[in-house]
Design a protein. Structure first.
Length: 132
């Protein structure tokens, strides 16, 4: 079971793996409320690489590979879900689905990989400001 607890400890985000076979990456991202015991499906049949709660608010940030923009080699979309309003928002396109949130601010570190001429991958990290 893959889950994360919200900063105020009132909700739990859970990745539910669909049973489409061993090779399937499709999951459901759900939110469970500890207060009223409700379940909300945030993403159904998504490809969720990373997800985290913002430490500064009741917002869940996640990457989804089903919302990609292949035109510019972006394989994932970075999106948010506001627990208070239930509103989903697009934040940015991403080359990979990996990100890490800063512990005390609304900043995300986006990871990208490049294949060099020597056949080895190099990693690049971009800092992205999530809130103004």
């Amino acid at each position: 079971l893959d889950f994360k607890i919200s900063p105020d400890r009132s909700n739990m985000a859970v990745l539910e793996y669909n049973d489409f076979g061993e090779e399937s990456a499709y999951v459901n991202l759900k939110l469970y409320s500890f207060l009223d015991e409700t379940e909300t499906i945030i993403v159904k049949g998504g490809i969720i690489e990373s997800y985290e709660f913002l430490p500064t608010s009741n917002t869940l940030i996640y990457s989804d590979g089903t919302k990609s923009d292949y035109t510019y080699r972006f394989l994932y979309a970075l999106e948010s879900y506001d627990l208070n309003s239930g509103e989903k928002n697009f934040i940015a396109n991403m080359a990979t689905g990996e990100f890490y949130l800063a512990k005390n601010s609304a900043e995300a570190y986006l990871i990208d990989y490049y294949l060099g001429g020597d056949g080895r991958y190099s990693h690049t990290t971009y800092l992205y400001q999530l809130e103004n």
